[in-house]
Design a binder for this molecule. Structure first.
Ligand SMILES: Cc1cc2nc3c(=O)[nH]c(=O)nc-3n(C[C@H](O)[C@H](O)[C@H](O)COP(=O)(O)OP(=O)(O)OC[C@H]3O[C@@H](n4cnc5c(N)ncnc54)[C@H](O)[C@@H]3O)c2cc1C
Length: 385
């Protein structure tokens, strides 16, 4: 039987889409390669904007998430500065009239809250089910499953949120390798963070300290050689280098744990759709973590798609005009997220003094000019339309 929507991937983005559609009488089916109860990337923390919190409130998962011990840490202020240059800026939640500028959220806790909400909903979820290809005809989408004995799943619309979009043919992707590596770790300081996050632009590239429970989550970008050296250092040497980079802004560092690294690249689909199919979340755009935009842009993909599906007569779900409407609705915010993140890396990842001076000026001006600062903060909080 033809389903209305089949969602490939019930990670944070696919599960959000499913829950946003769950209140209607649509036939929504979800396939996920994970076994029931299994969580991918349990070690990762996600940076959530205030707008993302509002989406989680609307789909009814924020309450459970906020009530889970250590699952969410509010970011109430962000201190943005650069090493060796003028200019610094502080963004504060109270200036924006919001309780927090964003949150650091445990991927594991978020996935558990979404899985539990899905299990309570009327959405049909098939775990341990891997899609091998997504294609179709003008009349329907067909999702072929890796288990050869299973019939394909047919639906008016396939929404692919599998993290890579690897199963969808016909999508042109652009990739930019930054030639940089992110070293991430948990870091403790003698001073409690009190919700203050730090973003610091250094000759190696951008660094961030995000408040997470009783410690900070560190993101340190560096060249691959530098990252290898950082990984090889003992804890005391690593913390000494970190202190030098942060010039004691966050107090004296006392402990580091769980150092890991991954290469940094940006990859995005030029047009995140084919006939009867939309790709969203990381499958549509994987961004550099510097601005904390990637996950938030993906969540807005899910929310916007749900609203457009709910606003479309059932028989027209997945048809060309609906998909075009979705692409138009997401265009500005998506391009802005990609361009903003890429621009930030290009400007702040470059240490030429000629760039260092104007970027210091930009930070100072943003800090001093309330309208510009408000516009910048609102884009970080809610995205662009
Ligand atoms: C290396 C790396 C580090 C990152 N670090 C951070 C960070 O520090 N902070 C931050 O905010 N964001 C970070 N991100 C981004 C963040 O992880 C993503 O924005 C977020 O996970 C996107 O959610 P998603 O639902 O689109 O995809 P995913 O989280 O990847 O979920 C995809 C889901 O699809 C399922 N799936 C995959 N293939 C198939 C298939 N063929 N068939 C069926 N199901 C399938 C998987 O089981 C999974 O449940 C990072 C991303 C990467 C790549």
């Amino acid at each position: 039987m033809l389903a209305d929507v089949v969602i490939v991937g019930a990670g944070p983005v696919g599960a959000t889409l499913a829950l946003a559609l769950a209140g209607d009488d649509l036939d929504v089916r979800v396939l996920d390669a994970r076994a029931a109860g299994e969580t991918l990337r349990g070690d990762r923390s996600l940076a959530l904007s205030h707008g993302a919190r509002l989406i989680f409130e609307r789909i009814g998962v924020w309450g459970a998430l906020a009530a889970t011990p250590d699952a969410t840490t509010p970011i109430t202020r962000i201190d943005i500065s650069q090493a060796g240059g003028i200019g610094a800026m502080e963004l504060a939640a109270e200036e924006q009239g919001v309780p927090a500028l964003g949150y650091v959220v445990s991927y594991r806790a978020l996935q558990a809250a979404l899985d539990a909400a899905l299990a309570r909903s009327r959405v049909a979820v098939r775990h341990a089910t891997t899609a091998s290809s997504v294609g179709g005809t003008p009349a329907y989408a067909a999702v072929t499953l890796a288990a050869t004995e299973s019939d394909p799943v047919l639906a008016r619309l396939a929404a692919v949120a599998d993290g890579t979009g690897a199963s969808v043919a016909g999508i042109t992707r652009r990739r930019h390798d930054y030639g940089q590596v992110a070293v991430i770790a948990k870091v403790w300081s003698e001073k409690h963070h009190d919700g203050l996050a730090y973003e610091r632009f250094t000759p190696d590239g951008p660094m961030a300290l995000l408040p997470e429970g009783d410690h900070y989550g560190l993101v340190w970008t560096a060249t691959p050689e530098r990252a290898r050296a950082l990984q090889a250092e003992d804890d005391a040497a690593f913390l000494a280098e970190l202190a030098q980079r942060f010039a004691r802004r966050a107090g004296a560092f006392t402990k580091v744990a769980e150092r890991r690294s991954f290469p940094l690249a940006m990859e995005y689909a030029s047009k995140p759709a084919t006939a009867r199919c939309v790709v969203l979340g990381n499958a549509a755009q994987t961004l550099h973590p510097v601005a904390g935009q990637g996950f938030n842009v993906g969540l807005r993909d899910a929310w916007e798609l749900s609203q457009i599906v709910l606003d479309t007569p059932r028989g027209a779900v997945g048809e060309g005009p609906m998909i075009e409407r979705y692409l138009r609705a997401r265009r500005t915010d998506r391009i802005a997220g990609i361009a903003f993140t890429h621009g930030l890396v290009r400007i702040f990842g470059n240490d030429a003094p000629i760039v260092r001076w104007p970027r210091g000026l930009a930070l100072t001006l943003l800090g001093a000019v309330p309208a510009a600062k408000r516009a910048f903060t609102r884009a970080m909080l809610f995205g662009l339309r």
